[in-house]
Design a protein. Structure first.
Length: 284
């Protein structure tokens, strides 16, 4: 059922109804190129760009339902725009994220995602920069841990999908290509493998947690001023089912520390089992 007031559906004045994938300005931008004000060192002007990636003209679809060719078009269009925005000397970092589900922050259900070009490096990215560079890269080292294979869910070419050693939430996944600073610098073959692995990971979460799993998907690329970085994709489910998560989020919200009562190896095993069933169904 199509809502009469969806700003991203064909016929809306905010989009080009002839383009199946497009990027448009955010109607309510938190960051703008004309921003002023700020009180250094306590605050800076909210200079930047806020844009929406319209992933399809079809309101009643989802990224996980896209074919590989269309999903690849969405990702490549997004990454190219991120690369362009990073050329602004005032921009320190370009961030991408995709939410699904109203409890995950979605106000419009039409398939879309967001790009923010920021005048600062977000704290989490800055922290990652300390640990994802050169011979000290934590993601590369994770692949060498004796028990890493127990946390791997699937692989496609040189792209690996796994539950991290210390996840923030059960079933959290990292989609990791080879060590490169920017996802837009991946070769053609590895770009295809990355998107294929992403689609499969999304389908797998839906099969494991139920249709319309609430999640946040994000691309982590290198800050411009970082000497090195390991770009990757993070897929973070938002789980409220007490049968799966049996703890209060008070500790997380108040301290930034994460507490889980499940092992990442167990969740990876569950995901691998469901992957076998998913492949069997698709082949039958």
């Amino acid at each position: 059922m199509l809502p009469d007031n969806c700003p991203f559906c064909p016929g809306s004045s905010e989009i080009d109804s002839s383009l199946d994938v497009q990027i448009i300005p955010n109607r309510f931008p938190p960051y703008t190129l004309s921003a002023g004000g700020g009180t250094p060192p306590f605050s800076i002007p909210a200079y930047g760009v806020s844009e929406i990636v319209i992933e399809s003209l079809n309101h009643n679809t989802d990224f996980s339902e896209f074919g590989l060719e269309h999903a690849l078009k969405v990702v490549r269009t997004t990454l190219e725009r991120m690369r362009q925005l990073q050329e602004d000397p005032k921009i320190k970092y370009v961030h991408f994220f995709r939410n699904r589900g109203r409890s995950g922050g979605v106000s419009i259900t039409h398939p879309h995602s967001q790009i923010f070009a920021l005048p600062f490096v977000p704290p989490r990215i800055a922290k990652e920069t300390e640990h994802l560079n050169g011979h000290r890269c934590a993601l590369c080292k994770a692949n060498t841990l004796p028990d890493h294979a127990e946390r791997v869910v699937l692989s496609r070419g040189e792209v690996v999908v796994y539950v991290p050693y210390a996840p923030r939430t059960p079933y959290e996944l990292i989609i990791q290509p080879t060590h490169t600073r920017y996802l837009w610098d991946l070769g053609s073959a590895q770009s295809v493998d990355l998107v294929y692995a992403l689609l499969l990971a999304l389908k797998l979460l839906d099969r494991t947690l139920g249709d319309e799993t609430v999640y946040t998907l994000t691309f982590h690329n290198s800050p411009k001023e970082a000497e090195d970085f390991h770009a990757h994709v993070e897929l973070i489910p938002v789980i409220t089912d007490r049968r799966r998560v049996r703890f209060s989020r008070g500790l997380e919200r108040s301290s930034g520390s994460y507490l889980l009562d499940t092992l990442p190896e167990d969740k990876a095993h569950e995901l691998r089992t469901n992957l076998e069933e998913l492949v069997r169904i698709n082949l039958s």
